[in-house]
Design a binder for this molecule. Structure first.
Ligand SMILES: Nc1ncnc2c1ncn2[C@@H]1O[C@H](COP(=O)(O)OP(=O)(O)O)[C@@H](O)[C@H]1O
Ligand SMILES: [Mg+2]
Length: 313
């Protein structure tokens, strides 16, 4: 059984199609990444999957429950942290986490223990007695995320949770989510940051203009789209003769900056690299720096989104 099973799910606002016939299957215990640029339909999808808005079309099973017929039953079993900030200005950090637990009927003893654990894990100790209205945006976000873990759930939805967090808090959250997933929690996670999806997710769907363009594991995405490697060789001095030395190697690009840089883009860069090193050696040119970079998910993502746009226009 899938934790999330959506078929041809759509949401239109007047004539605008925010989500356009998407199919999603998420196995339990997975972290499923939902990746796309601004306006792609990520938040609308989260609101559909969490029953906060009804779909215009399609079917949806959440934890085996028909979510369109029984939205309230679904909401009792899931956690959601939306993009919009949500806090009570007058409550302290500690009180707002506790109160959230009360709303979820978490027994008092467990509430106390979990509140302390969450305050410690999300590093809220110093602001424990501060009121929400006196917190920075990043601090509020951390409280909003922390309190969601006060209640038991099988499935959690997070809409761009790391926006506004500093790099340390960001990494801390990602590791916390990994730990929760290893304990059995299923997580649906939206982001526009590729490195996050790559670090965190078992599967990644790329969405653009309301449509899913591909669903794959990070490794398979790279295998499918990313055989290319980029090799950069830097030379500390400016060598005007470089372009003529490399004139018969098409994949080489020569740039002059503070020194000289030779860039090779290729599916099979090894052979070209050997030739290049040979030429440099024969001409007594010393190498300052050499690096080989595999194609990043970022490149794949940009390529896909751009191709899609140009085929539509
Ligand atoms: N309540 C709404 N009314 C009208 N249009 C909406 C509404 N919510 C979202 N949209 C539109 O749907 C598209 C997708 O929005 P959204 O799901 O918020 O994207 P994302 O979260 O990926 O940035 C956008 O074009 C947005 O303007
Ligand atoms: Mg959004």
């Amino acid at each position: 059984m899938f934790s999330i099973e959506a078929k041809s799910l759509s949401k239109s606002y007047n004539s605008v199609s925010a989500v356009d016939g998407i199919d999603i299957n998420v196995d339990s215990g997975q972290i499923f990444g939902f990746l796309g640029p601004n306006g792609a339909g990520k938040s609308t999808t989260i609101k559909l999957l969490t029953t906060l808005i009804p779909p215009t079309e399609g079917s949806l099973q959440i934890l085996g429950i028909d979510a369109i017929k029984n939205p309230l039953e679904v909401r009792q079993k899931i956690g959601v942290v939306l993009q919009e900030p949500s806090y009570e200005p007058n409550l302290t950090v500690e009180k707002s986490i506790e109160k959230y637990g009360m709303m979820w009927n978490v027994p008092k003893e467990i509430r106390k223990i979990r509140t302390n654990e969450l305050i410690s894990y999300f590093e809220l100790e110093e602001i424990r007695h501060k009121k929400n209205e006196d917190l920075s945006i990043g601090q509020r976000r951390r409280v909003q995320l922390a309190r969601e873990f006060i209640h038991d759930m099988e499935l959690l939805f997070l809409d761009e949770p790391t926006v506004g967090l500093d790099p340390y808090a960001r990494r801390n959250l990602l590791n916390f989510l990994k730990k929760k997933a290893s304990e059995g929690l299923t997580i649906f996670y939206t982001t526009h940051v590729l490195t996050e999806a790559e670090y965190l997710c078992d599967n990644i769907a790329i969405i653009n203009k309301g449509k899913i363009m591909t669903i794959d594991s990070p490794d398979d995405l790279k295998k499918k789209f990313g055989n290319q490697k980029t090799i950069k060789i830097q030379i500390s001095s400016i060598k005007k003769e470089l372009p003529s030395l490399f004139s018969n190697i098409q994949e080489c690009k020569i740039e002059f900056n503070s020194g000289s840089t030779i860039t090779i883009h290729s599916d099979k860069p090894e052979l070209l690299l050997m030739k290049t090193l040979q030429i440099l050696n024969e001409n007594n040119i010393d190498i300052e720096n050499l690096s080989a970079i595999p194609t990043s998910l970022e490149d794949i993502f940009l390529k896909m989104v751009n191709n899609h746009d140009s085929s539509n226009n």
